[in-house]
Structures are given as C-alpha cells and as structure tokens.
Design a protein around this ligand. Structure first.
Ligand code: SAH
Length: 362
C-alpha cells in the first residue's frame, strides 16, 4: 500500500512521510532498502570527482563559488594536474570519473574541457565519464558527447520556476536549465538531475512537485542533497543562518526521507549519496547508501585545491588527500555491510532499460 501510494505520488502520503521519524520512518526506510537491494543488492559504485576549476560566471544566491564571492581564490587545474588525478582514479579502480566545475561558456573554456574529455577517453577508454559543468549549448554538449562523455549531471535545483527565480539573478532562467536537460537527453547522455532540500523559501509542496517533475521527465540518475549555508552568499543573513542551524536536524531528516521516497519511485535509477549529507552527520552518506543510493563520489581533487571549492560551509575532507578518502570511504562502506564495487562503470540500469527494454549489466 505504502509503495503504491508513493509510486503514484499520493500527496497526502508523501507529505506525511517527508516528515516521518521513529517507527514511521523505519517503515519507509525498510521499504526503500528492499527496493534498492532488488536491483543493486548491497553494491556501491564509485565515481572519483575532480573539482577541476572554481571559475564561474554565475551568481547563484546560495553557492559559495559564485562569481561575486571575491574571498575565494580562483583556480583552474592544468592538464597535467588533471592527468595525475586521473591516474589515481585508475589505480583506485573506481571505474568512473566526474569532472565538476563552475560554469564558463567561453570558447577557450570549452576547448579546454574538450581536451580534458579527449585525454581521459584516450588514456582510460574503459573509464565512465560524467560532466557537471552547468548550462552549455546543444552544439557543445554534442561535441563533449562525441569526445567521450557518457553522462551529464545538471541539477534543476528546484522544479518551481518562481522559487528558482528567487534564488538566482535575472540573467539566469529555469526555462534555460530545463532546455539544457532536454538537449542532454536528445544527445543520448545518461542524464542526471536533482534539487536541494531545505532551500530558504522551499515548501513541502515544492518537494512533492519535484517528485512529479522527476517522474514526468524520466531521468537516468539523481544527485541531490541538503542545502547548506555559506556566509559569503546573499542568501545568508544572520537570521537565515540562525534558522538553518535551528532546523538542521529537520533538513537532514527530510533529505533522508526524500531520498527513500525517490528510491521507491525510481527503483532502477542511479542515485548518488551527496557529499553535503556528511555536513549533518559523519555517516550521512553511508546511511543514504544503506536505504536509497547506489553511488558514491569520493573527492579526488588535489588537497591544495579543496579549500577553494567550497560550495557550502563545513564541507568534509578539505584537508585530506584522495588516498585518505579512499581508505575512509571503503572501510565505512564495508563496515556498514555494503559492498564496494571496483573496475566497473556503474551505469544507470534505467538508461539501458529505456534503450533496450531490458536491464543490461552495468
Ligand atoms: N556549476 C555546475 C556544477 C557545480 S555546482 C552546475 O551549475 O551544475 C553543483 C551543485 O552544488 C549545484 O547544482 C547545487 O545544487 C549544489 N550547491 C551549490 N551551493 C550549495 C549549497 N549552499 N548547499 C548545498 N548544495 C549546494
């Protein structure tokens, strides 16, 4: 009954379970865990994430690397620095890489990104490649795809265009972000999207609408996590910060419930456990891997760059190295009774099901 009601997005049920705690939450988690295990068993796939540049032309009101934050030291990793990081991913046998950065749309930037993808494909043809570099145009997405990118992650941030408008400057639009997602789909990427849970001004109804949006658009992957404050952003006033701190527990709880609901709705989609979960609890990501997600993205960005890629405050592991993250995450995963999988790309079973009418092995 619970499964059916969630899958048909019965609003009353969703609203009730988004705020669930105690016995009710245990019931939700036990169902989502069972559904996850039916497709993924207890397997966890990896993507080493390289935050290769924090240069950004945008001014999203929530984001710590927004152009207007003059307190951040800006960087762009050289190709040889990226190559060394890729070597680490290969040695760790993670199977996939995510290239993430701020958003830049110049030709010089695009050529640089194309070089990165081409180099990766040439040196490591078996490595799955995900890009997370924001809004670009169809032609460039096409070139990236042809160069070897397999997946693209572009969070819609919220399915509510009015809320989107309140969180972004006038030159950014929800419609364009949505258009980008449609382009990516046409180009046969595995397309991932997501939102932030707990955004200032977000209502529970918005989260229900986010679920409807996901269902209507049939994405292959989801990467979503809690909103976390960052001091050098226009969204954070002393009163917003105070309210966020006071509601921290509730935001975390709501995110866990949202992710459990997502798994029940999308049994075969790839769901990543967002790094921001660990701001709330050192086992945040692991808990989510237990009940919903099947993907983790260990940070492999060189240590000296990490303090400059702060999308939000309290980001974990900023003084650690890629090998520390490897040791820490693989042991946490094993200790929790989950199985780290090495040497596989870990593609979305939903993507193959859509294409071939069946689930091909990942
Ligand atoms: N520039 C790229 C990727 C980098 S930002 C893009 O626009 O897609 C990656 C994600 O970090 C964003 O999509 C957003 O959802 C998340 N993020 C940014 N600021 C955040 C904050 N304060 N708290 C939590 N997540 C945040």
């Amino acid at each position: 009954m619970l499964q059916k009601n969630i899958q048909k997005i019965d609003k009353k049920t969703i609203l009730e379970y988004l705020e669930a705690t105690g016995q009710k939450q245990a019931e939700l988690f036990s169902l989502s865990k069972k559904i996850k295990e039916a497709t993924f068993k207890n397997k966890v796939h990896f993507r080493g994430i390289i935050e290769f540049s924090n240069l950004c032309q945008n001014n999203c009101f929530y984001c710590g690397i927004r152009k207007g934050n003059k307190k951040t030291h800006r960087y762009k990793m050289s190709l040889s620095e990226i190559e060394q990081t890729l070597d680490f991913i290969d040695q760790s046998d993670y199977g996939s890489v995510v290239f993430q950065s701020g958003e830049i749309q110049t030709k010089v930037w695009r050529d640089y990104l194309l070089k990165i993808v081409t180099l990766t494909k040439k040196k490591y043809p078996k490595m799955g490649i995900t890009i997370s570099c924001g809004e670009q145009d169809h032609e460039f997405y096409k070139k990236l795809r042809q160069a070897g990118a397999d997946r693209y992650l572009l969070r819609i941030e919220t399915s509510n265009p009015a809320l989107y408008k309140k969180l972004h400057p006038k030159n950014m639009s929800w419609d364009n972000r949505y258009k980008c997602l449609q382009s990516l789909k046409k180009l046969d990427y595995q397309v991932g999207t997501g939102i932030m849970v707990g955004l200032p001004g977000q209502k529970l109804d918005d989260l229900v609408d986010d679920l409807i949006f996901f269902k209507d658009n049939k994405f292959d992957m989801y990467g979503l996590g809690p909103y976390v404050v960052h001091d050098n952003t226009p969204l954070v006033t002393p009163s917003v910060k105070k309210a966020w701190k006071k509601n921290k527990e509730q935001i975390f709880n709501r995110t866990l419930n949202f992710l459990a609901i997502m798994r029940i709705m999308f049994p075969k989609a790839n769901i990543a456990a967002a790094t921001a979960l660990d701001v709330f609890n050192p086992l945040g990501r692991i808990k989510v891997l237990e009940i919903s997600a099947n993907i983790i993205m260990p940070v492999v960005t060189p240590t000296k760059r990490r303090k400059d890629y702060l999308l939000y405050e309290g980001k974990p592991c900023i003084s650690e190295g890629a090998d520390d993250c490897y040791d820490c995450l693989t042991s946490k995963i094993k200790n929790w009774g989950l199985e780290p999988v090495f040497g596989e790309q870990g593609n979305s079973p939903f993507y193959y099901q859509k294409k071939h009418g069946q689930t091909k092995r990942i």
